[in-house]
Each structure stands twice: as structure tokens, then as C-alpha cells.
Design a protein around this ligand. Sequence first.
Ligand code: GLN
Length: 451
Amino acid sequence: AHLDRMAAVDGAVHAFLHVNTDEALAAAADVDARRGAGEELPELAGVPIAVKDIVVTRGQVTTAASKILENWVPPYDATLVSRLRAAGMPILGKTNLDEFAMGSSTEHSAYGNTRNPWDLERIPGGSGGGSAAAVAAYEAPLAIGTDTGGSIRQPAAVTGTIGVKPTYGSVSRYGLIAMASSLDQAGPVTRTVLDAAMLHEVIGGHDPLDSTSLTDPATGYVAAARAADLKGLRVGIVTELGGEGYQEGVRRSFLESVELLKQAGAEVVEVSCPSFDYALAAYYLIMPAEASSNLAKFDGMRFGLRVEPAEGPVTAERVMAATRGAGFGDEVKRRIILGTHVLSAGYYDAYYGSAQKVRTLIQRDFAQAFAKADVLVSPTAPTTAFRFGEKLDDPMAMYLNDVATIPANLAGIPGISLPSGLSDDGLPVGFQVLAPAREDARLYRVGGVLE
Ligand code: GLN
């Protein structure tokens, strides 16, 4: 049914870069056969899923939406993909994204825009616009995204879906094409909170193949999603997230959701996190620095594309330059240049060092806020989905979409974006809930009630 739906609507939505029809049908048939033979299977067995094309899948093309990886077929599965397969979940295909997950609109994909199913003239958010659009358009019931600065939560917000960025280290990063290793985290994109909790339990847990994987990650997400009770829960509204620069309809819808939490028994307080004003600046130093180092492996020799210089000697350095010149898009080049600059001798302390200090201040702000509140809330994004091209030529305007999502990545804490009704323009608004590290269950508790 989902493959039929994709055939009907994906021409317009373009959520998928690759569709695995045969493999998905074979996996589904296998589940049917095993179930028919009386085998006890995991709860989500047979439920199909879409996977962001920055997560490697053995034998299936994985491009990170970059020309440099066009037609690259990984020889192994990411740990989370192995877990999906072990749970009997057919993988429908790989979803579109901003190249190497750099962006907030999916307009930086080398393979064309994904359109927002709510309005095909508007962006589906980014970088994981493909996963969010696939779920919003009913092409897939579940999807996997990755969130370095908001790429699961912001697309969920602008497509009316649910997106979860788990605690850093609770879902293995093995087999994610790394963007910024100290910030990246994979997580669920779904249409219900319970679906997200179930999927989180499938993909989470310790993995010896990821050196930053938590050895004893928390669980209990499904139970929390079903708790249906907020009595005594202290909810903190973050003063710095939601004022100036946020669309009027977004603020109204946010306050309506806060009202619903109060009605469900939550106690609402206001908390201040003054260092958040520097979060965006710190992120756009740390993230390019780490990305420039991670992307050094795309040298025209080890993976994917290889372009030889048009003329002159064919040296390693010249092949690398020609390959990277042809294979990387403008946004990727911009960040590599920025990243190598801030890491260079003489600048390292001033930029990267200062940004790391800001990161510590943000962690302290969170610690103080969580002493007063069990969860923190804010709008997920300052605006609803904008039109194609509106922010494409202005990197700073594009970067501002992540002002409310980035602090969680810098601190490693979990966050969820929940649908919060519609703004005055008739487009979906996201409601963000943040919890202390390893307390992901609280997100599902609030989500289960707000839904
Ligand atoms: N939009 C942010 C960026 O461009 C976040 C990306 C992400 O979370 N992968 O870096």
C-alpha cells in the first residue's frame, strides 16, 4: 500500500531519492511467512520505514544527497539499520536531505527539492525534509532522521509530524555519514507519539561500534507515551526562545499548547537561559569545524566520484581538487572553508576554543533550568514553512531557523517536536519539549498527553 502511495504522490513530493521496491516486498513477504508459521515476532515487524539517505544501507545506494557519492553502494549497514532489519521492518527507500545534512529546507540537495505536502510551493524543512514529507504524505508510516542542529525537529514542525532527537549517545552513530560528530544523533519521525516511542526502543541501546554510545541508555519510552498524566510535572517556558523574531501565529499556537499542559495538571514556570543568545554562533563554528574534518575522507580515491583534472599532471592533490570542486555543492564548500579556517593555527583558540566555552555555558544554563523544571518548552521553529528560494541566497536567514533547536545539540540533551495546531497562515506549527540527558521518557509523557 505504501509503495502504491509513493507511486501516486512522490512525483509531486519527491521525498525519496531511491526506492527499494523488491527488497521491501521481499522483507514484508518474509515477515508474513514467519508469522504464518507461528513465529513470535517483534511488535513492529512488517511495518515499513523510510530512512534518511545519510544513513548507510548495505547494498543500497547511499548518497547523503551529494554528487560526490552518486551511485555509491555501502558495503555495510548502520547499526540502526541492522536493528530495523532484525525487527522485521521493510526499508521502503532512502529519503532526500540537504547535502550532507547542511541546511534547513532540503533546497541544498544535489538531487532537487522535496516539497511540503501541506503546500507544494513551500519547503519541508531540513535537513531531513524527505523523511518528514514522506511521513506527512502517508508514503511511509515511520521514518528515520538525523539531527545535528534541528534536522529532525524542524522538518517535523513544518510538516505537522513528530520528530525526536534522542539523548546524545543513546542511538548508535555507527553508519551515519558523519556531519558534526559531537552533535549528530539519529531518531524517529512519525505521525503519533506512541509510534515514535516504539521506534526509539527498536533503534536505541548500547552499541560497542560507537565509542560515544551510552553503556546503559534509559528506556521506558512506550510506557511513558501511554502514561496519560502530567500531574505535578513542572514545565519551564524558556524566555529566550519564543519572543522577538517568532511569527505571531507560532506564538499564539505555542501558548495554546501550554494551556493544554496546564489543564492536564502541569505546573508552568518561566526559566531564563541567557547563554542561548550565543548558541547559534557557537554552533556555526563547532559544526563546520567538525564537518570539515569529517568530509576530508571524500578525496576522489576512497569513495564515490573521481574526477581527473582537465589538463596537466594527474597528481593525488589535483585529483582531489577536481573531485571536490565538481562533487560538493556551494553550502558544503562554504562550511568546509569556514571549518578549516576556524581550526587553523592562530585562529583555533579565538574561534573553536571560544565556541567550546559557550557550549559549557549553555550546558550550565540547562542544568539551572532543569533544577526548576522537569521539561522545558518552546516553539520548535520561529516560522512556519517558507516558500522555495526565500532564504536560499542568505545563509544567515537560513541558519536562524535553528535558533530554538541548536541548544539541545550543544548540550547533548533530548528533544521532541510535537504538532501544535496551525498558524494563522493555515500551516503546521511545532511545539518543542526538551528534557535532561537520559530522560527521553519525559518527552513521550508530555507528547502522549498533548496528542
Ligand atoms: N540546519 C542546521 C544546519 O544547517 C542543522 C542541520 C542538521 O541538524 N543536520 O546545520
